[in-house]
Design a binder for this molecule. Structure first.
Ligand code: 3PG
Length: 400
């Protein structure tokens, strides 16, 4: 059943709208500055639209994991720097207020924006606590979920109990423009993709992604594997992978998928390997990895092969870097995949979808984010949605 969008919220002039955004952005460890504002930019169209129609906006998000932070780290998890960046992008000041700041919210005029302080500073946020939720829900006349990256969190009050409390008070709940687009792109990709549909998977652990790999194998025409998990698959095949260690659980998971190799799944044929004691000592190898070395990227032959597959695709879905791209010397494979996808999108109209925090970061770092059909703001949420997991947060949104 399609969900209400902000266009279905009726006349919002003079109303206060609660907008759950995902401003859980990467911060500089020392200064606490926002390192990447993609998620903030992602929510701007919704916030701007609500302001344009005469509403005031109370935005709210979690930031990091304060429950696991030291007191020093916790200081960096206030919303101040996020609010400053949000305000810069909106072109107006954004004040940070406490989640139960009734007076501050009542004083808001149409066009005003405030950001609630980090919701996770209150442990009740992650317990879906109804009292905490009721206090927040009382601040708004309507609720908008524009936090795709957090949609899979069934225990967050701001995602589930807050919209439930608005419903109990007879107030409307909708998805924002970002969530609408994320769902539309992924639904199309899984429902009626332009074929062939090619998946590209990378990342470290097979076990973290096994449900996602199985979900992809049920949909894609072919799956290309890179990243550290490729060496786990090779080890499971009995190939020597040098210094790479794979726990038994990892190998067991990889073994369960080995029958797909070649038929449905392609593993790298060459790799860039580096000496574990001296990462500047590198070489490209095929077959097994020599003792003392570890795989750090797919090799040039594999990069070219993945590029060809991308060019011939109708749709490409990519999750997980194919190498240790944070190190420039080991970034060529990930860079090559990103460039091939961007070019295939521009030249051949290939639908290119990038999901997951690190992959999105890589694509941005290499300057290709705007050339993709869609770069998801979801990490865990992207994986869970593709896996077909039901989201309590979306169940709370009113049907059209
Ligand atoms: C994310 O970054 O994946 C979301 O913001 C959810 O954050 P969490 O994993 O801390 O719940």
């Amino acid at each position: 059943m399609p969900k209400k969008t902000i266009a279905d919220l009726g006349d919002l002039r003079g109303k206060t709208v609660l907008v759950r955004v995902d401003f859980n952005v990467p911060l500089d460890k020392k200064t606490g500055a926002v390192k990447n504002d993609r998620r903030i930019r992602g929510a701007l169209p919704t916030v701007q639209k609500l302001l344009d129609v005469g509403a005031a906006v109370v935005a709210m998000s979690h930031l990091g994991r304060p429950e696991k932070a030291t007191p020093e780290e916790r200081k960096n998890l206030t919303m101040d720097k996020v609010a400053a960046r949000f305000g810069e992008l909106l072109g107006k000041p954004v004040q940070v207020v406490r989640p139960a700041a009734t007076a501050a919210v009542q004083a808001m005029k149409p066009g005003d924006v405030v950001l609630l302080e980090n919701l996770r500073f209150d442990p009740r946020e992650q317990k879906n606590d109804p009292e905490f939720a009721a206090a927040i829900a009382a601040l708004g006349d309507a609720y908008v979920n524009d936090a795709f990256g957090t949609c899979h969190n069934d225990h967050d009050a701001s995602m589930v109990a807050v919209p439930a409390a608005l419903k109990a008070a007879g107030k409307p709940r909708a998805v924002g423009l970002l969530v609408e687009r994320e769902l539309h792109v992924i639904d199309n990709l899984l429902g009626s993709p332009k074929r062939p549909l090619i998946g590209i998977m990378g990342g470290a652990k097979v076990s973290d992604k096994i449900a996602f790999i199985n979900a992809l194998l049920a949909k894609v025409d072919h799956l290309l594997i890179g990243g550290k998990m490729a060496y786990t698959f090779r080890k499971a095949q009995g190939v020597d992978v040098g210094n790479m260690k794979a726990p038994d659980e990892e190998l067991d998971n990889a073994r369960k998928l080995l029958h797909h190799v070649d038929r449905m799944m392609t593993l790298p044929t060459d790799y860039l390997v580096a000496n574990s004691d001296d990462l500047t000592d590198t070489k490209v190898v095929t077959g097994s990895i020599p003792a003392g070395y570890e795989g750090v990227d797919i090799g040039p032959e594999t990069t070219a092969h993945f590029g060809n597959k991308v060019r011939q695709a109708g749709t490409v879905i990519w999750n997980g870097p194919v190498g240790w791209f944070e190190k420039p010397a080991f970034a060529a494979g990930t860079k090559g995949v990103a460039a091939a996808m961007a070019k295939a999108s521009a030249d051949n109209g290939v639908v290119t979808v990038v999901g997951g925090g690190e992959t999105a970061e890589a694509v941005e770092q290499f300057g290709h984010a705007d050339e993709m059909t869609h770069v998801s703001t979801g990490g865990g949420a992207f994986l869970a949605y593709v896996e077909g997991k039901p989201f309590q947060s979306l169940a709370q949104i009113d049907d059209k």
